[in-house]
Design a protein around this ligand. Structure first.
Ligand SMILES: Cc1cc2nc3c(=O)[nH]c(=O)nc-3n(C[C@H](O)[C@H](O)[C@H](O)COP(=O)(O)O)c2cc1C
Length: 204
């Protein structure tokens, strides 16, 4: 899911690069319905689902069919893109998102508020956030498409989503659920210094 509706979106491009770099057997399917989702209305989100708008039904179905959700969002006015937050709000009352494996991508090391908010939102929604899969590909205004990003230099070092302290809790099924402690953010990736490096492009 890209949080940007812009035709030349860098967030959509980095998700397209993830699609191109996905290993054999992994299909990265873009969600293209963000613009069509109505504004979240709890009155339409009834337990029997009869009032649910069809676009929301289709969105939930696509999330429900996915093994994992990749999200990349621009930061607007120190916040998550509104269209993406609206989409996530539609998933709060659903059965499809809770427990879903989630990775957050980013195209800017300057944006620290939206990544922190995304972490807070998806962990509140009971996602299994995978810090090792959260990668920043610093594009900073460069208009690269998915193939160009995929063919470009290998990102190195952690992105802003990875610079959070994590706390873990054991799960009865043997897996470990990781939640990120957003109260311990270290926004050292912000500012005008040299860009930090992503650890591995393959982690996209
Ligand atoms: C209205 C507006 C507000 C923005 N606010 C911020 C901001 O607060 N912090 C930031 O780092 N970038 C901000 N930006 C820059 C965008 O996050 C950046 O251009 C991003 O790459 C856009 O994503 P896209 O290429 O996927 O459309 C803002 C851009 C716009 C248009």
């Amino acid at each position: 899911m890209s949080g940007s509706l812009r035709a030349g979106s860098s967030n959509s491009a980095v998700l397209d690069a993830a699609r191109l770099l996905a290993p054999s057997g992994v299909v990265v399917a873009p969600y293209t319905g963000l613009r069509a989702l109505p504004a979240f209305d709890p009155d339409l989100d009834t337990p029997d689902g009869t009032a649910l708008p069809p676009e929301v039904r289709r969105f939930r179905d696509q999330v429900g069919r996915a093994d994992a959700v990749l999200i990349s969002s621009p930061e607007y006015a120190h916040g998550i893109a509104g269209a993406l937050k609206n989409a996530l709000d539609w998933l709060v009352g659903s059965t499809e998102f809770s427990g879903r494996v989630v990775a957050l991508l980013s195209t800017s090391t300057r944006a620290v508020h939206a990544p922190a908010q995304l972490i807070e939102v998806v962990t509140t929604m009971n996602a299994w956030l995978v810090p090792e899969a959260c990668v920043t590909v610093p594009l900073h205004g460069r208009a690269l498409d998915g193939p160009a990003i995929a063919a470009g230099p290998k990102p190195r070092g952690p992105g802003p989503h990875r610079d959070r302290r994590t706390r873990s809790s054991g799960r009865s099924d043997g897996r470990t659920r990781r939640r990120l402690n957003t109260t311990r953010m270290r926004p050292e990736n912000s500012g005008t210094g040299p860009e930090p490096e992503c650890r591995s492009r393959s982690q996209c």
